[in-house]
Design a protein around this ligand. Structure first.
Ligand code: F6P
Length: 328
C-alpha cells in the first residue's frame, strides 16, 4: 500500500562505478514495482537527467545482473549538473515525465549534487552509498568496497609470490582517492610491512630505517602498500625516495589501478546493495527524504545527505597499532 506522494521514481548510478551497483539497481526496481510504483532508469548519472536519457524499467530489465560488475545504467561525472541551469534542465525533464522521487547510487560527489537538487526543487532524493573508496560517514559499508579490497588482496598475494622468489621490495599502489581504507584493509590482510595512507602523516625516514634494519637481519621480502592519495605521494614517489636511500634493495613498483573497480561483486556487496536498494524505496515511500541509506551495526541507518557529504569515516587507531605490531 502506497500512501505517499511518490508514484514514479528514477534511479541512477553516478560517479566512479563500483561492483554491486547493479545489485542495488535491481533491488530498487523490484521493490518499486512490488509497491506499484513506476520505475525509470536514468542513464549515465546526472547526464541522463540533463539530456533526458531516461527509460521505463520492468522486472525483466534487471534480470541476470546481480552478479555483474559495472552498472547497466552506465555512469558519469556530469559537469552541467554543477550549474543551476543544468539542474533546472534535469528537473524539467523529470517533471515532464511525472517522476517524483529519485534514488541516487554513488559517492559523496553524487550526494552533493543530490543535496543541491533536493533543496532547489520539489523532488525528494534518497542516496545509496556506492563507492570502492568507503569514504562516506554514516555507514559501515559502501557498495563495492569489499569487492575492491578482495581484488587488491588477491593481486597483492600474487605479488608476494614473485617478491619472495626474487627477494624484492614491492611498493604497491591502491586506489581510494583521498581515503586510505583500501590500503589499510588490503595491507593488513596481506601482511604488508608498511601501509601509507592519507589519514596519517607518512614518516618516510622511519620507513627507510625499518627497511635498512630488515635488510640487516636478512628479511629481504617486503611489501609496502600505498594509498594513491597519500600526502607523501604515490608508489612512484615512495620508490624514488627509497631507491635513493637504499640503492642495493631490489625494488619494484606495481600500481593496481582500475582492476579494483571491476569484477563480480562479493556476497557482502550483493547483500548490502540489496538491503540498501530495498530500504531506499521504502524511505521514499514513507517520506523519509533527502537521506542516505546506510548500515551501522548490521541495522539500517539513515543519515541526512548534508552530513553524509561533510563528514568522513574515521580510521580506527587500534588498526594502526595492529599494522605496526604484526609487520615487525
Ligand atoms: O572514487 C573511485 C575511484 O576509483 C577512486 O578510487 C579513484 O581515485 C578514482 O575513482 C579514479 O577515477 P577515474 O576512473 O575517473 O580515473
Amino acid at each position: 500500500m502506497n500512501d505517499s506522494k511518490v508514484t514514479k521514481i528514477g534511479v541512477l548510478t553516478s560517479g566512479g562505478d563500483a561492483p554491486g551497483m547493479n545489485a542495488a539497481v535491481r533491488a530498487v526496481v523490484r521493490t518499486g514495482l512490488y509497491h506499484g510504483l513506476e520505475v525509470h532508469g536514468v542513464l549515465r548519472g546526472y547526464s541522463g537527467m540533463v539530456d533526458d536519457d531516461i527509460f521505463q524499467m520492468e522486472s525483466r530489465s534487471v534480470a541476470n545482473i546481480i552478479q555483474r560488475g559495472g552498472t547497466i545504467l552506465k555512469t558519469a561525472r556530469c559537469k552541467e549538473f554543477f550549474e543551476y541551469e543544468g539542474r533546472l534542465k534535469a528537473y524539467e525533464n523529470l517533471k515532464k515525465r511525472g517522476i517524483n522521487g529519485l534514488v541516487i547510487i554513488g559517492g559523496d560527489g553524487s550526494f552533493n549534487g543530490a543535496l543541491k537538487f533536493s533543496k532547489e526543487f520539489d523532488i525528494p532524493c534518497v542516496g545509496i552509498p556506492g563507492t570502492i573508496d568507503k569514504d562516506i560517514a554514516g555507514t559501515d559499508f559502501t557498495i563495492g568496497f569489499d569487492t575492491a579490497v578482495n581484488t587488491a588482496v588477491e593481486a597483492i598475494d600474487k605479488i608476494r609470490d614473485t617478491a619472495d622468489a626474487h627477494d624484492r621490495l614491492f611498493i604497491i599502489e591502491v586506489m581510494g582517492r583521498d581515503a586510505g581504507y583500501i590500503a589499510l584493509h588490503s595491507g593488513i590482510a596481506t601482511g604488508a610491512e608498511h601501509i601509507l595512507i592519507p589519514e596519517r602523516k607518512t614518516d618516510i625516514d622511519s620507513v627507510v630505517e625499518s627497511l635498512l634494519e630488515k635488510e640487516k637481519r636478512k628479511k629481504l621480502v617486503n611489501l609496502i602498500v600505498v594509498a594513491e592519495g597519500d600526502e607523501f605521494g604515490g608508489a612512484e614517489e615512495v620508490a624514488k625516495h627509497v631507491k635513493s636511500k637504499l640503492p642495493n634493495v631490489d625494488t619494484r613498483v606495481c600500481i593496481l589501478g582500475h582492476i579494483q573497480r571491476g569484477g563480480s561483486p562479493t556476497c557482502l556487496d550483493r547483500l548490502i546493495a540489496s538491503r540498501m536498494g530495498y530500504h531506499a524505496v521504502e524511505s521514499l515511500m514513507t517520506n523519509r527524504h533527502n537521506v542516505m541509506v546506510g548500515i551501522q551495526n548490521n541495522k539500517m541507518h539513515y543519515t541526512q545527505l548534508e552530513y553524509a557529504v561533510k563528514a568522513k569515516q574515521k580510521i580506527n587507531e587500534e588498526w594502526m597499532k595492529i599494522v605496526k605490531i604484526l609487520a615487525s
